[in-house]
Design a protein around this ligand. Structure first.
Ligand code: CDP
Length: 227
């Protein structure tokens, strides 16, 4: 009999490689990978484009009613690209101008309710790896395997700087450092679903691990959890 599919959650600080690990685990296990941060980023892009005043609850509600999020598998990346009202915005949402606003948007209770409902629907059949901030604590508190990822702040800055500089050579290391520090602070201190390590999460500090090493470690945990 095929083993029962489980839910694997990966939460942690900005730019500590959650999506890289989640994608690799999902591929190995034949699971669906969902990057929940991409959903908050896409909502933020919509708000920026349409000039929504995010301090106005009614405007936020109205904007959310106009947003349809979806995913389209991109074989080149081996993962799904996020679709905003039918438009592939996977590259646009990675820009620093979105990163600079996303934690403010993600702190809004209405926005979280909107995203969490969709995330829970995506995980209803299990067989899913989802990464984010509140996945093991709020979205799937019953998940069979919870991983909390962390890495030294400067290592995270360097990793994200290299990623962004590949498409935007004008980017400064200082701007990336500031953005990560600000998002870490806002994500951990907001009222709604702050970033927290679930008490039953396994901690993975990958400061000194290669992607292969962290994959081996996490795959071992996944196999244990699957049984
Ligand atoms: O990849 P990176 O670490 O830069 O962040 P992300 O996963 O793309 O998430 C972007 C932002 O969305 C975070 O800084 C959070 O403010 C928010 N987020 C959240 O509040 N809850 C989640 N489950 C995922 C992301």
């Amino acid at each position: 009999m095929a083993p029962k599919p489980i839910i694997i959650t990966l939460d942690g600080w900005s730019s500590c490689g959650k999506s890289t690990l989640a994608k690799a685990l999902a591929k190995e296990l034949g699971y669906v990978f969902v990057d929940s941060g991409a959903m908050y980023r896409a909502v933020t892009l919509y708000m920026l484009r349409s000039g929504v005043d995010i301090t106005d609850e009614q405007q936020v509600q109205q904007a959310l009613s106009q947003i349809e999020l979806g995913f389209a598998f991109n074989p080149a990346r081996g993962a799904s690209d996020i679709m905003l009202n039918g438009e592939n915005v996977e590259s646009l949402i990675r820009e620093l101008k979105v990163a600079e606003q996303v934690s403010k948007v993600a702190a809004l209770a209405t926005v979280r309710k909107f995203a969490v409902q969709q995330q829970q629907r995506l995980g209803a059949a299990k067989g899913i790896v989802m990464d984010g901030r509140d996945i093991g604590t709020v979205v799937f508190p019953q998940a069979e395997l919870k991983i909390f990822m962390t890495a030294d702040p400067e290592t995270r800055v360097l990793r994200r700087y290299r990623e962004l500089a590949a498409t935007d050579p004008g980017i400064s290391m200082e701007a990336v450092r500031e953005n990560l520090a600000l998002r870490d602070h806002m994500d951990a201190h907001r009222e709604e679903s702050p970033l927290r390590q679930a008490p039953d999460a396994k901690v993975l500090d990958n400061t000194h691990l290669t992607p292969e090493q962290q994959f081996t470690l996490a795959l071992g945990w996944a196999k244990e959890a699957i049984g």
